[in-house]
Design a protein around this ligand. Sequence first.
Ligand SMILES: [Zn+2]
Length: 283
Amino acid sequence: VIRFVAGELRLSVLDAGRIWLDGGAMFGVVPRVLWQRERPPDEQNRICLAMNLLLIEDGRQRILVDTGAGDKWDGKGRSLFGLTPIDTRRLLEPAGIVPEQIDVVINTHLHFDHAGGNTRRDGSGRLLAAFPNAEYVVQRGELELARWDNERIRASYQSDNFEPLVAERRLRLVDGDTDFTRHLRLRVVPGHTPHMQMALVAAGGTTVAFPADLVPTASHVPYPYIMGYDLEPLVTLTTKKRVFPEAVREHWRIVFEHDAELPVGVLEEREGRIRARAVELEG
Ligand SMILES: [Zn+2]
């Protein structure tokens, strides 16, 4: 767990385990020779990715952004993605809290490696909210997409991760950019999916961004490094060109959700190129 302070907020980056995904799909049109040294693939051509989550504690509410892949996996799914499932109780342990203490879960989008920990199975196999006192928040358009069972997107969504929440009336749908609390703004960053949202936390002069799959790792900062998974890669490019200069200018601390080596960094521009670098975290 990485902990830091922004104004009156306590922030923690939680480690929800590793997932191994196809390196070619992770880097889209960028040839393997250009990424393999930085992100060495295994014998199945997969690269190792983290699932970093953000916990925001403002003294009143505890807000968790994304929930990782969860622990509802069978052996086949585990081996396909090299998953070591972590249950929600163990996930929150390093932060010294239990799932019952989470008030809000923000889903950036509903892909299984971001929303898989939303729900769990009880002893009798029934699906329940993994955070029993939480309201879950997602963009309305993202839910609609997740429910549209077509062949191109089907592999990325699992209804077990969101339909039980709809049934329990715990899913709050938002439309577009939303000021969620005084310190937390949800901003739509389209491209990877058309309605993916980024969490933007601002307090005490510090801005922390959780852009999810807009920039999954620090290696995805260069503009053409766009995932093959993205539904609208050219929209991703436009969004990156809109968001990154702002991040440079305002020195955002960026949580790279899928980066095991650089979970938090800043963007800087040198000779017209924007790159990520590690950052010292105070507090
Ligand atoms: Zn995704």
